[in-house]
Design a protein around this ligand. Structure first.
Ligand SMILES: [Zn+2]
Ligand SMILES: [Zn+2]
Length: 171
């Protein structure tokens, strides 16, 4: 099984948009009434919004230029294409990659949602309860009760712990 043929298409913010198997699971050659030879390449794609579908690219044989493409849902795939898909291992390759991405996303989610307050929760150095303030002099965390709000000539009062406030007013 060749997992390297599977490519992840990401958006600008690196979020995965789709997973595409670069290796076609079916290459169909056919000729029109004018005698032109065509190649239809069938590739399996998983889109995180739309789900699984098949991308068909049609090229004129020997032209080298990329022809045009369209999408077919798995429900609308003919029996032969379905059989080729089944034999190609493309479904397993895509499934494994999508599963891997989902696991990474889940891990990222876990780290995002794990105790969002966590490190930001501080405790008062005097009594250990939740600290919402920081002393402007010693920078230690202090709770409401152990904070002193000293009036200033500016709008914002200065916050001290009791120990520092005592020292400041001693001067
Ligand atoms: Zn306290
Ligand atoms: Zn202090």
């Amino acid at each position: 099984m060749n997992a390297s043929s599977v490519r992840v298409v990401q958006g600008k913010d690196w979020t995965p948009i789709m997973v595409r198997d670069e290796e076609p699971f079916f290459v169909e050659k056919w000729r029109d009434e004018m005698g032109n030879e065509y190649i239809n390449e069938y590739r399996l794609v998983f889109n995180f919004q739309e789900g699984l579908f098949v991308e068909v690219i049609q090229k004129l044989e020997g032209s080298g230029v990329g022809g045009f493409s369209w999408e077919v849902s798995l429900d609308n795939l003919d029996a032969e294409s379905l059989m080729r898909l089944n034999d190609s291992g493309s479904l397993e390759r895509i499934r494994a990659k999508v599963k891997e991405i989902m696991q990474q996303l889940t891990e990222n989610l876990d780290s995002l949602f794990f105790d969002p307050i966590g490190d930001r929760r501080r405790s008062c150095y005097v009594c250990g309860s939740d600290a919402l303030h920081e002393c402007v002099r010693c920078s230690r965390d202090i709770c409401n009760q152990h904070a002193v709000f000293a009036e200033t000539e500016y709008e914002e009062p200065l916050t001290y712990c009791h120990a520092c406030f005592d020292k400041v007013i001693e001067k």
